[in-house]
Design a protein around this ligand. Structure first.
Ligand code: MN
Length: 150
């Protein structure tokens, strides 16, 4: 088990999506998750792997100027500690200690550029819940991405 950190940024680009980033060594392994994470362990969410990002990328909240599509707004939707349990080419699992996301999560590769993100069933999983709808705001500023743009 490796102690680490994670961040989930909500990003209004071509499409609104969530960027899940988990620190591995000196970089942030990253996936774009169109619908965002769920605390319901029966929900599978598409996670598209993207390039590793620098640690500083995980600190950004604001509006990217000159965004071609979308407003370019980014909020830090959740963040916290992460305990990495498995880190393999086609699989990663971690215990997250966020303000919204808590407990085990698993990422598994299912195709060339296609992974699936699921909440591991544990004492923190909440069947039927929709955490992205319940808690749309930044954990840093309390603002939604729409409020940031205005
Ligand atoms: Mn993004």
């Amino acid at each position: 088990m490796t102690k680490s950190r994670f961040v989930v940024q909500l990003h209004d680009a071509t499409r609104l999506h969530y960027d899940l980033r988990i620190q591995v060594g000196g970089v942030l392994r990253s996936w774009a998750v169109p619908k965002g994470p769920s605390m319901d362990s029966s929900v599978r969410r598409l996670a598209v792997p993207v390039e590793d990002h620098e640690l500083s990328a995980g600190e950004f909240e604001g509006v990217h100027e000159g965004s071609v599509r979308g407003s370019g707004a980014v909020i830090i939707w959740d963040e916290g500690g992460a305990e990495i349990l498995r880190d393999e080419p086609d699989h990663m699992s971690a215990i997250l200690h966020g303000r919204k996301l808590e407990g085990g999560f698993a990422l598994t590769r299912t195709g060339a550029r296609r992974w699936v993100l699921v909440k591991v069933r544990d004492e923190f999983s909440r069947p039927g819940s929709d955490i992205t709808a319940e808690r749309p705001e930044s954990v840093r500023s309390g603002r939604t991405w729409e409020e940031l743009v205005r």
